[in-house]
Design a protein around this ligand. Sequence first.
Ligand code: HMG
Ligand code: MG
Length: 300
Amino acid sequence: MEQKIPKSVKIMEVGPRDGLQNEKTIVDTATKIAFIEHLHAAGLRRIEVTAFVSPKWIPPLADQMEVARGITRHKEVSYAALVPNMRGYERAMEASIDEVAFVVAASETHNKKNINASTQEALARYKEIGEQARKDKIPFRGYISCAFGCPYEGAISVDAVNELAVFFKDLGAYEMSIGDTIGVGNPLQTLGLLAQLEQKVPLSMIALHMHDTRGLALANIFAALTMGVASFDSSVGGLGGCPYAPGASGNVATEDLVNMLQSMGVETGVNVDLLTQVSLKMEKVLNRTLPAKLLAVCKS
Ligand code: HMG
Ligand code: MG
């Protein structure tokens, strides 16, 4: 087991996108730009800065263009954005985004609620955008959400997840991010899902995107690490949630993930003390306590 645990892990920081999309407080553009800059200073090298979605559907990210254009670009950082359709992709390109992500759930009902499309309609859209992105030489990821369970449909078949993973791989995605959108997965389920996925796509192309709704995100991530998975999404402070997935609370906190990895000797390149300072700042901005465990430790 131990030799499969990777020596280093890549993190996609999703705090400015997943983290803010469901917040009651609308964070102003300048604060978001400063937030992203602090994440860079803490050592994060892939940052999902916003989503080019409809502002009517996701009001907290309505300033997507201003944020993307306002951030100071560092050449070592890939600035990512979620795009749900061609309009979003084109706007992301206008804003010089480095990489994009497409989202589709392994649940028909969730797709209707979240992106107003059936699964097949969503895949037809992504096929067109993926082909355009390949021409433009823009790397892209595929989010496969509700992979561990759906708030509307309940249990989700592994076959549904596999089919979407194969779709994205064939389209040319560099990575598939498997989402536990409502935090219902457990470590054995994680091992089982990954064992079946591995039959279809290499685990080197798999990332996990775990929401910590029931406190099992790190346990699930550890299970994935034992199989050699080396890419994880997380959100500083444990911010996050999906407005179209009732019960979806925050992502695994980046500082808790980094703390677990570094204490096991797995490199991340991230400075955990600087990260907790970012979370402390965001607590003030949002006027609420964030769920990261390490944050509570550093306050005590
Ligand atoms: P729709 O209403 O079907 O879109 O929404 P439409 O094409 O009919 O257009 C309706 C209006 O939206 C028009 O404006 C369009 O111009 C505008 P109007 O004429 O009424 O003024 N519009 C746009 N505006 C800006 N950017 C765009 C865009 N597209 C249309 N790209 C749509 C379809 C996909 C747009 C909508 O459903 C949407 O924006 N959904 C996004 C929902 C979302 O962001 N959810 C959260 C992210 S997913 C998530 O959190 C899960 C994840 O973290 C993984 C996990 O946790 O597992 C990724
Ligand atoms: Mg999410």
